[in-house]
Write a protein that binds this ligand. Structure first.
Ligand code: ZN
Length: 442
């Protein structure tokens, strides 16, 4: 929904821009309608280079915008496109393109796999080549694309930001099962399924530390949650242990003692580095003692939220997988240390256990894990919606002719999420019971 309005906005902007430059554009149109002869795409450094071949020089600058998961390239004054654009899946490009032509020019929309920054320049003819517009796209490190569907509508509060962090990747396979199953692959698949569910949840915005098989340093993962002001950071892993019979899920949250000292040390180290990722925690603070107090305050609130979310996660997982530890475990993992970001680490199952490795290899089980984790995330925010977010909670009194499925449907939840949020593990709930339900922003 928001994507369409974003697109409409961009279109209006474009047309307005064209109108503002009307005299120039009209005169120019009459005299010299530029033709787009083709588009070439290739790797360039860390990113990709797009080369638009033109029969003459562009007289108006291209307008380039990134709208959610799509890069809009507006080429004013271009009259024709000879041939269809062919855009391969390469680097940050998802592959494929959508093109619209109008009197004002050509608009090309390229779906993205990750957020990009760009740089464009023009080249005159030379060496047998025509006029060219060159556009370089570079991935913004550690930032995956956000869901444009979950952008808030005006006045509806900000979206809840969920940061997913599939463990390992690239040269780091994580744990490897007896049959060769790699942790980095199964956790990425679970995370991508979960990402799809979060993207389709109104009032939520998704951030991912990686959505492809690439290595992301631990500090970068932690920084991402901080920079994006995540309301919840979920690191997803599969466990391993030398003893092959060990099995079950574990949910970790940061320990209080480990957190305060580690976060304080980290903040102390970075306090003078003018790190824009630090945000409010850092502003105007140059005193180490004061830092520690602030860290304790923000970290305590974040850890309470993390504990509540982790508890919801473990109750959810109990429905689909044996628990290795029935309670939330506490440890001092780097990825959990971002001040002010409620963070948890989910060990989905033991890849070192042959039965569990078999389950992790099953796409249906990975889907089930993703759905269960989504239910737990929803249930957590039904119980604790961030104050300034697009979500708020209300009560629904169960009617005589209603069942939980009706209520879940009405409020955009699954029955499992509704049960988790209301601590109703079994049964239908008595008529008259007060159910906690969300009002979700669009
Ligand atoms: Zn791991």
């Amino acid at each position: 929904m928001a994507r369409q309005s974003d697109t409409g906005f961009s279109r209006r902007q474009f047309l307005r821009q064209a109108a503002l430059g009307g005299v120039l554009l009209c005169g120019w149109n009459m005299a010299a309608a530029a033709q787009l002869r083709g588009l070439r795409v290739g790797r360039h450094g860390q990113g990709v280079r797009l080369v638009f071949d033109l029969n003459r020089r562009l007289t108006a600058a291209p307008v380039i915008r990134s709208v959610g998961e799509v890069l809009h390239i507006e080429l004013p004054g271009i009259q024709h496109w000879l041939g269809r654009p062919v855009v391969p899946a390469l680097g940050p490009l998802q592959g494929g393109a959508e093109m619209n032509e109008s009197a004002a020019g050509v608009v090309l929309r390229l779906p993205l796999r990750e957020a990009v920054r760009w740089h464009s320049f023009s080249l005159g003819p030379g060496g047998g080549a025509s006029h060219r517009l060159v556009l370089d796209l570079l991935p913004v490190a550690g930032t995956a694309v956000e869901s444009s569907r979950s952008h808030p509508v005006a006045g509806a509060g900000r979206p809840i930001v969920v940061c997913l962090d599939p463990g390992h990747g690239g040269h780091d396979p994580g744990a490897i099962g007896a049959r060769g199953t790699r942790e980095k692959d199964v956790v990425l698949d679970v995370a991508l399924s979960l990402a799809r569910l979060i993207r389709s949840t109104p009032g939520m915005r998704l951030v991912m530390s990686r959505d492809t098989d690439r290595y992301v340093p631990l500090m970068d993962r932690m920084h991402l949650g901080l920079a994006q002001r995540a309301d919840l950071f979920v690191s997803i892993h599969a466990d391993a242990f030398p003893e092959r019979t060990v099995s079950g899920s574990t949910v970790w949250a940061l320990s209080q003692t480990g957190a305060t000292s580690a976060a304080a040390r980290w903040l102390a180290r970075t306090q003078n580095a003018a790190d824009p990722l630090l945000g409010d925690v850092q502003s105007g603070v140059h005193d180490l003692m004061l830092n520690e107090v602030l860290i304790n305050m923000t970290q305590t609130a974040a850890m309470n939220a993390a504990a509540a979310a982790a508890d919801m996660m473990i109750r959810g997982l109990a429905g689909v997988e044996d628990l290795h530890n029935a309670a939330v475990q506490h440890a001092n993992f780097v990825v959990l240390r971002a001040p002010d970001v409620p963070s948890m680490l989910v060990e989905t199952a033991f890849i070192s256990n042959p039965q569990e490795e078999q389950r992790l290899r099953d796409p249906a089980f990975r889907q089930l894990l993703a759905r269960t984790m989504h239910d737990a995330v929803l249930a957590h925010f039904v119980n604790a919606p961030p104050a300034d977010s697009a979500w708020s909670a209300t009560r629904h009194v169960l009617g005589k002719a209603e069942n939980l499925a009706d209520v879940a449907d009405r409020y955009g939840l699954s029955v499992e999420a509704l049960r988790l949020a209301n601590n109703l593990p079994h049964g239908e709930g008595q008529p008259g019971v007060h159910l906690r339900v969300p009002i979700m922003g669009a």
